[in-house]
Design a protein around this ligand. Structure first.
Ligand SMILES: *Cc1c(COP(=O)(O)O)cnc(C)c1O
Ligand SMILES: [Zn+2]
Length: 447
């Protein structure tokens, strides 16, 4: 594996400072810019596009450790530095690409797909990046570095992933959560995996500041997506999307964005495929934000000429309730390259959209609801051509957000009128009452 090489590099092209992957560093020491992982592309060019495709396809969903994971199946492009024996994996990726046939028919878009990233070990796409980050930490510890713990601030899903991977590797995890702002399922995950869970009386942005301070001043390793190792794992979403279409490129990918690591990762995955010749064009990308936490949308309206953090208001899409996204510069760079669009969704739009599509067989989290709502808006604007292939990225499993789901169906969410509510009908233990209830609802039943 050492025939391939990757390193951290300053995002500022003029600075371009480089650092080893086993350094504990998140920002450039020279200019304070974000870092990204850069691969030695000349070494990767030693395989032809056909050889890469064949290699990735050969490993996909098989059992040879650790390559059956769709992240580690692309190890040469992701993190060649980690030895196989130090990989901490729960078989990430290779998630279902669901053909949204029934939903698509309702709106006359045939080639519509939902990438089910929530069908994963901890129930969100965060596993894709966390496997890489925790594997690097395990490698560093094996090489004799002193790393007493790994820490993150989280809107819920990052902490669940960090806690699970650290528990599996036997590395202490510290998670810092905004008090009362994550779902019960999200809270119970790090608790169960034995992490030190700190519930702080602030919002996500406050937690992020706290964690950045403690990890800068002490040798605790920072697991937030400012750490670009996570982006390397997450970029396999785009590689996998093409792979699942026999290496064809979709026309549009719509993804919800909060801290903006995932939209950056998505772009990075397409760019490396283009550079290495596996694909010959790029899709257009759409970043979907909640109206209550929309700093990127506001910047988009001004042509990305300026960016101002906002104070994020409460949103049902709690994982993207972020006003000061750390990866904003990466995201804007990517959106400019992909002729990108940013659109927003209100609380009612995201709730109704999630519920509408639930009725066609998926079980959507509120963030996926944001992506669907934005898709519907753009469709109304007639942005898509009838034959366009469109992907909606579903970021988490709906089961992590049952309070949101049941609140919707009980019509208890303030400001949301729950157009698609579907509550159980309570009945006495009486045959006729049951029969009447069924006949009232189901058509074409015969007496
Ligand atoms: C983290 C997360 C997001 C947002 O991803 P960013 O990289 O922060 O933009 C969206 N949806 C879910 C479910 C998440 O956990
Ligand atoms: Zn720099």
């Amino acid at each position: 594996m050492n025939e391939y090489r990757a390193w951290f590099q300053c995002l500022d092209d003029e600075c371009g400072e480089e650092y080893n992957l086993d350094e504990v560093i998140y920002r450039c020491r020279k200019c304070d810019n974000l870092l990204e992982v850069v691969h030695d592309i000349n070494l990767l060019h030693k395989r032809t596009p056909q050889e890469w495709k064949a290699l990735f396809d050969d490993r996909y969903r098989r059992q040879v450790w650790p390559y059956g994971s769709s992240v580690w199946g692309k190890k040469e492009w992701v993190c060649p530095y980690v030895e196989d024996k130090n990989v901490v994996s729960m078989y990430e990726g290779a998630t279902n690409l669901f053909w949204a046939e029934r939903f698509g028919k309702q709106i006359k878009i045939e080639d519509l797909w939902i990438k089910m990233c929530g069908n994963s070990h901890t129930g969100s796409f965060k596993d894709l990046g966390m496997t890489v980050l925790v594997s690097v930490v395990k490698q560093m510890i094996a090489d004799g570095k002193k790393i007493p713990a790994v820490a993150c601030a989280s809107t819920g899903d990052t902490s669940a992933a960090l806690a699970a991977y650290c528990a599996s590797a036997g590395i202490p995890a510290v998670v810092v959560l905004p008090k009362d702002k994550v779902s019960v399922a999200q809270l119970v995950q790090p608790i169960s995996n034995g992490a030190l869970v700190l519930s702080i009386d602030t919002d996500f942005d406050g937690c992020m500041e706290m964690v950045q301070k403690i990890t800068t001043e002490h040798n605790i390793y920072l697991a937030n997506s400012i750490n670009s190792l996570r982006i390397e794992g997450q970029k396999t979403i785009s590689i996998e999307l093409c792979q699942q279409f026999d290496w064809e490129v979709p026309d549009w990918v719509i993804i919800p964005g909060g801290n903006l690591g995932n939209i950056s990762a998505l772009g990075k995955g397409f760019l490396i495929m283009l550079e290495l010749g596996l694909i010959d064009r790029l899709p257009r990308l759409v970043c979907a934000q909640a109206r209550n936490a929309n700093p990127l949308y506001l910047s988009y309206l001004k042509g990305f000429k300026e960016f101002h953090p906002v104070k994020a208001k409460k949103t049902l899409a709690s994982a993207i309730q972020i006003g000061n996204p750390v990866s904003v510069n990466k995201a804007i760079k990517i959106l400019k390259m992909f002729d990108g669009i940013v659109e927003q969704a209100s609380e009612e739009e995201l709730s109704d959209s999630a519920a509408l599509v639930d009725r066609t067989g998926t079980f959507n989290c509120p963030h996926t609801g944001v992506a669907i709502a934005v898709f519907l808006k753009l469709n109304q604007r007639r942005l898509f051509k009838p034959n366009d292939r469109i992907i909606l990225v579903s970021t988490a499993h709906g089961l992590k957000f049952v309070e949101f789901k049941i609140g919707y169906h009980r019509d208890e969410i303030k400001g949301v009128s729950s157009k698609y509510a579907n509550m159980p009908i309570e009945l006495p233990n009486d045959y006729k009452a049951v029969k009447d209830a069924i006949f009232n609802r189901i058509e074409n039943l015969e007496n």
